[in-house]
Design a protein around this ligand. Structure first.
Ligand code: OAD
Length: 232
């Protein structure tokens, strides 16, 4: 039997693309149609909270209507099937990993299904349609925002992520363009700690050359093939 491996998988928008969720940097992606500063920064939210909520309410509706695809399902199978230990660190704010059955998931950029009070820090499940003037269930102030990490904010659970990368035998990046830090540094960090590194992406990313191996194609083919190879 193969030796159990510590595997850290980083996922990005590309893994959910074939579920019908728009990526960010494609020609028809979210950042073509919306300015990052307007909808994905604390300053943009302070300027126009109605616009920002409209943007994330639409993202939440799209995520709720989408279904996990074969790539999400394959990762859930890898976690459940053993013998390897798998941590998924996702930059995605949809919940398709969880709905496919994955349990060990870190949402480093937050989640659409969470609400956050920017006055007191309380968190609660997001309603389908969120409003900035909805009262916080803890402090009562009208300070509701999506529990999403915006540009200029610190991604969640970074200590756990750096620890997992330091202990990884294998680091796999799936469906991410490698343009946003700190996630873009994970491959090098894992490699320095001794992990083998693999990229699975539709086309070569900005960081392909940093990986020990890069395979290119749609996630719904590459990920099930890779998992099948690993599970034997
Ligand atoms: P991007 O839109 O930057 O990149 C998506 C990547 O997925 C690209 O490299 C595509 O080639 C690839 N891709 C597209 N379709 C695919 C498919 N069917 N199979 C495999 N790969 C495919 O999205 P991210 O890298 O996730 O942050 O973006 C990172 C962060 O930037 C996001 O979390 C978001 C954004 O600004 C915040 O909002 C804080």
């Amino acid at each position: 039997m193969t030796r159990p491996l510590n595997i850290v998988v980083l996922t990005g928008a590309g893994i959910s693309a074939e579920s019908g969720i728009a990526t960010f940097r494609a020609a028809d992606g979210l950042w073509e149609a919306h300015r990052i500063e307007e909808v994905a920064t604390p300053e943009g939210f302070a300027r126009d909270p109605v616009l920002v909520h409209r943007f994330y309410n639409a993202r939440r509706a799209a995520a709720m209507a989408a279904q996990p695809n074969a790539a999400h399902v394959a990762l859930a199978r890898l976690e459940a099937g053993g013998p390897h230990r798998l941590l998924i660190v996702t930059q995605n704010v949809d919940d398709l990993h969880e709905r496919a059955g994955s349990r060990n998931v870190i949402h480093m950029h937050g989640a659409l299904n969470g609400a956050l009070c920017h006055a007191c820090g309380e968190r609660w499940p997001a309603p389908p349609v969120m409003r900035h003037d909805a009262p916080c269930p803890a402090c009562g102030r009208p300070a509701t925002r999506p529990d999403i990490v915006w540009f200029g904010e610190i991604p969640y659970r970074m200590d756990e992520i750096w620890d997992a990368l330091a202990e990884a035998d294998l680091f796999v990046s799936i469906g991410t363009s490698g343009q946003v830090y700190p996630a873009a540094a994970f491959a090098q960090t894992a490699a320095r700690a001794g992990a083998r590194t693999l990229e699975l992406n539709l086309d070569p990313s900005a960081l392909s050359h940093e990986f020990d191996e890069a395979r290119h194609g749609p996630a719904t083919q590459l990920v099930p093939d890779w998992v099948a190879g690993l599970m034997g």
